[in-house]
Design a protein around this ligand. Structure first.
Ligand code: NAD
Ligand code: WQD
Length: 354
């Protein structure tokens, strides 16, 4: 298939582009590079010996997006038509979405509406969308099951919920659409080569990137947000998923929905809850020594514990996670160690081993 990947230079996008190329698909990437670097695609090319065409386009720039579809429309003088879109492009920082909601609704929701309009105009009606476990909100019991009523508790999550609603309405109104809503749990890790990985701008919001920067000496210590939750060790439980497992879930979802019309919802998680200390200790095993931390106040908005019921993805897609927490941390550490400052770092082959 010919697959257009929005947000394909980003963390999950670049790993998915790699897996799509390795599965034999032709890949086009659209990204405005607001939170990523084109270097990720150069490295995907080094790993796979295959190339994904890159277009530096903002989804908010509808004419520019239209040009990409026109050039890949199958019309005379153009390349063959795009078969499916995997849609990662979006802003994802929960805290920033609380302080700048308009930026999030505009970028994520309006950007998606532009994309859907252009897709419809060019007869491309297969979409795999990056949703999030955050749509389950705070009123559902764990494990989360796809049929639960959703209700996010922050603006970022509400952009995901609104886009899910738009896609569900489109699927209900027009039986030509093939739609997958993938609800990711907590993606961590990196490709086993250590050449691509997560490269957050500024201070990392998320646990594993923060621990990795402590391990590599860029941060003094981990602040553990809350040690008094009603959980086995007092810290929050989350369902961590290796980014390569997540990427393979997209390959499976694209193949599945390409054959079936309708709207499908799948949790992509492991079904296992791990605490902040479980993650810290797994990372310490990967690094080979203890890492400094301090237990601090709870972070507003954090839920004590959630994880996926991943059985629907197994039943429908034959997909389940294969990599455990230790491997997630080993692979994340290899990436961070080889690239202490992310994609700004010299290429791994020129980095002395630490
Ligand atoms: P990322 O920031 O690394 O990737 C997102 C990409 O989208 C970036 O490359 C960015 O430059 C691009 N982008 C943003 N706005 C754009 C626009 N208007 N036009 C074109 N490109 C644009 O994030 P990620 O972790 O790879 O996440 C990918 C998707 O998965 C996002 O939609 C995110 O909300 C969702 N998601 C992420 C997580 C997570 O924890 N990483 C969890 C659940 C869902
Ligand atoms: C995990 C645990 C923190 C940082 C977020 C988004 C969610 C989804 C995934 C996109 C929590 C604790 C963290 C730190 C810590 N993204 N922590 N010290 O909050 O489960 O989910 O990313 O859709 O929408 O909300 O992930 O990695 O931020 O936190 O103690 O420096 O680690 O309190 O218990 P979270 P996270």
């Amino acid at each position: 298939m010919k697959v257009l990947v929005t947000g394909g230079t980003g963390y999950i996008g670049s790993h998915t582009v790699l897996c799509l190329l390795e599965a034999g698909h032709e890949v086009l990437v659209v990204d405005n590079l607001v939170n990523s670097s084109e270097e990720s695609l150069r490295r995907v090319q080094d790993i796979t010996a295959r190339t994904a065409a890159f277009h530096a386009v903002d989804l908010l720039d509808e004419p520019a997006l239209r040009t990409v579809f026109a050039r890949n429309s199958g019309e005379a003088g153009s390349e063959s038509r795009i078969d499916a879109v995997v849609h990662f492009a979006g802003l994802k920082a929960v805290g920033e979405s609380v302080s700048q909601p308009l930026k999030y609704y505009h970028n994520n929701v309006a950007g998606t509406l532009n994309l859907l309009r252009v897709m419809d105009d060019y007869g491309v009606r297969t979409m795999v969308f990056s949703s999030s476990a955050t749509v389950y909100g705070e009123n559902n019991a764990v494990p989360y099951v796809e049929k639960m009523e959703i209700g996010a508790n922050n603006p970022y999550g509400r952009t995901k919920e609104q886009i899910e609603d738009v896609l569900s309405d489109i699927g209900a109104a027009d039986s030509r659409w093939h739609i997958a809503l993938l609800r990711y749990f907590n993606p961590v890790g990196a490709h086993e080569s250590g050449m691509i990985g997560e490269d957050p701008l500024g201070i990392p919001n998320n646990l594993v990137p923060f621990i990795a920067q402590v391990a590599v000496g860029r941060r003094e210590k981990l602040m553990v947000f809350g040690g008094d939750y009603d959980t086995p060790d007092g810290t929050c439980l989350r369902d961590y998923i290796h980014v390569m497992d997540l990427a393979q879930g997209h390959v499976a979802a694209v193949s599945y929905v390409a054959q079936k019309t309708g709207v499908f919802r799948w949790n992509l998680g492991s079904g296992i809850g791990s605490s902040v200390f479980d993650v810290l200790h797994a990372f310490e095993r990967a690094v080979g020594h203890e890492l400094p931390y301090e237990v601090a106040a709870r972070r507003p908005g954090d839920l004590p514990a959630f994880w996926a019921d991943p059985s629907a993805a197994l039943a429908d897609l034959g997909w389940s996670t294969t990599k455990k927490l230790d491997q997630m941390c080993q692979d994340h550490w290899r990436w961070q160690k080889n690239n202490p400052t992310g994609y700004d770092s010299p290429t791994p082959s020129t980095v002395p081993q630490m």
